[in-house]
Design a protein around this ligand. Structure first.
Ligand code: SF4
Length: 430
């Protein structure tokens, strides 16, 4: 187990090897992924990597890292996805899979233990991520975990994401556009290893797991209400980005409206927190909206309707697009129209326009083609300033009121990122 699979799409060749001596010093998916990327800096390369604990039954160990050069920022980037994909990769015997080169036609990668195939995906190209996942599961049979791109990735939207399990994403920095560029529609993986058997001292593991998970009580609020509850705090502190960063507070009732849509909880593999919430509206279901989506399509766009925000969330998941960047670029358009810099009908608070623009961006139609380039490039074309750091659109924490966040955005290699330092937590709690 714990092999590295190198899948060369230009040569249509698969090689499996052990991690080399240097790679063994880099523990964890992010470390290993960056080591591989730094040895071979190229745009047609993406690494999906795990750590030695990934996939074990313990809260937080479900996550898998994608490491690549961001089409949005031009810098190195990584993006982490929960769910079941990372565990399945390790069950199939891989610490990492490296996709390199570019296929001349759409393909998907099928991994079943030691068997890896590059398969034709003409029949999947043009489908959204939900359809792709359903079709592949039907084609391949039970037990496969799927990560796929939708139309946004195919059309090289610079902030396209990779979707997994209809609600989990390799979300930020445009990993979906990398897969679209190398013409990989999806990765399907199934493994048969028993990861628990790989633990040298299972009794000790169980003891540590109990100790660790007892401490998770501090996350009770997140467990009960998901991340949207944070909106009450950011709103009260005046750091909830509103109407494209012009104000710092909005309508806190939106939180109550979102909570009313919740019908059940969902967890990544083995996680006791279960922060994900499934919302139901108009006979549809969506995982979310999370705080970041709620801010991006809510306060930032001036939209007060929880159902519209849930629908925007669903469309982004299906087309395969990062909600933070999508909300920012749409709100930026509203701002430019309000200021008379662009002569279009769009205005803050118009929820239907948000939904229409998500579609237009995904298919690069009309104004959507320009927005698909992200805030930085769109602003540069117009000769104006937009809000971004290193080309990455910021999440829902106004750095003018949160000094740690300001420092975090400034120095993060990903740009305006809240995840790599998590300093918004001590900032918000004072
Ligand atoms: S359910 Fe939430 S807290 Fe648990 S691993 Fe998934 S994202 Fe993290």
């Amino acid at each position: 187990m714990d092999k590295i699979a190198v899948i060369d799409l230009s040569k249509r060749e698969v090689k499996v090897r052990d991690p080399n001596k240097d790679e063994q010093y880099f523990i964890g998916g992010k470390g290993l992924g960056f080591k591989v990327l730094s040895d071979n800096l190229r745009r047609d390369l993406i690494i999906f990597a795990s750590g030695p604990l990934t996939g074990l039954r313990l809260s937080g160990l479900s996550r898998c890292e994608a490491v690549f050069i961001s089409p949005l920022t031009g810098f190195v980037a990584d993006s982490s996805c929960g769910g079941f994909f990372g565990r399945e990769l390790r069950k199939a015997g891989y610490l990492a899979i490296i996709l390199q080169g570019k296929s001349d036609k759409p393909v998907y990668i099928k991994i079943e233990d030691e068997n890896i195939e590059i398969c034709d995906a003409d029949w999947l190209w043009g489908k959204n991520t939900f359809e792709t996942e359903d079709l592949l599961k039907k084609e391949l049979g039970k037990g496969f975990q799927i990560a796929s791109i939708g139309q946004a990735g195919e059309n090289l939207v610079r902030f396209a994401c990779i979707e997994h399990a209809k609600g989990r994403e390799f979300g930020r920095c445009g990993s979906g556009a990398v897969l679209g560029y190398i013409k990989v529609k999806a990765i399907a993986v199934k493994g048969s290893l028993d990861l628990e058997e790989t633990i040298a001292n299972y009794e000790k593991f169980e003891q540590l797991r109990d100790e660790f998970e007892n401490r998770l009580e501090v996350l009770e609020g997140i467990s009960k209400y998901g991340t949207p509850k944070m909106i009450l705090l950011t709103n009260e502190l005046g750091v909830l980005p509103t109407k494209y960063w012009q104000m710092g507070s909005f309508d806190s009732e939106i939180f109550d409206d979102v909570v009313k849509l919740y019908v059940r909880k969902k967890s990544c593999f083995g996680c006791k927190v279960g922060c994900a919430k499934i919302s139901r509206f108009d006979a549809k279901e969506v995982e979310g909206p999370e705080y970041e989506t709620l801010f991006a399509f809510g306060s930032l766009c001036g939209v007060r309707d929880a159902k519209i925000i849930a629908e925007a969330n669903l469309l982004c998941d299906m087309f395969g697009m990062d909600t933070i960047s999508a909300g920012n670029v749409i709100a930026f358009l509203f701002y430019l129209c309000e200021r008379g810099i662009i002569n279009e009908k769009y205005r803050f608070g118009d929820g239907e326009a948000v939904l229409e623009l998500i579609r237009k961006i995904s298919f690069r139609e009309g104004i959507g083609d320009k927005l698909a380039e992200g805030v930085k490039r769109f602003a540069e074309r117009l000769g104006v300033e937009g809000v971004h750091v290193k080309g990455l659109e910021p999440p829902g924490y106004d750095p003018r009121g949160l000094m740690g966040i300001a420092l975090g955005y400034a120095v993060s290699y990903r740009g305006a990122c809240h995840i790599k330092h998590c300093i918004y937590r001590p900032n918000l709690s004072g």
